[in-house]
Write a protein that binds this ligand. Structure first.
Ligand SMILES: [Zn+2]
Length: 76
């Protein structure tokens, strides 16, 4: 089984201002994962290509980011 590893360090997302990290296998073995460190939610994908796209769009999967977005009136 592949070892869990960090793929990209926590980066500030341009869209939401939250901090997103990409890793492999951290919470779900053998899946890539994007984590919103600001809210603690994460999303999994089975390819690196997919997770890189997902990581740039936390509004698509992080409830905390979505809540923040709509609370701000739908824009940042
Ligand atoms: Zn978030």
């Amino acid at each position: 089984m592949p070892t869990p590893r960090i793929i990209s360090d926590v980066k500030k997302n341009r869209q939401t201002g939250t901090h997103i990290q990409v890793d492999f296998g951290l919470n779900e073995p053998e899946y890539y994962q994007a984590t919103c460190y600001t809210h603690g939610h994460y999303c999994n994908a089975d390819t690196l290509r997919s997770i890189r796209i997902i990581a740039t769009d936390p509004l698509g999967w992080c409830e905390g980011c979505q809540h923040q977005f709509y609370a701000a009136g739908g824009s940042f």
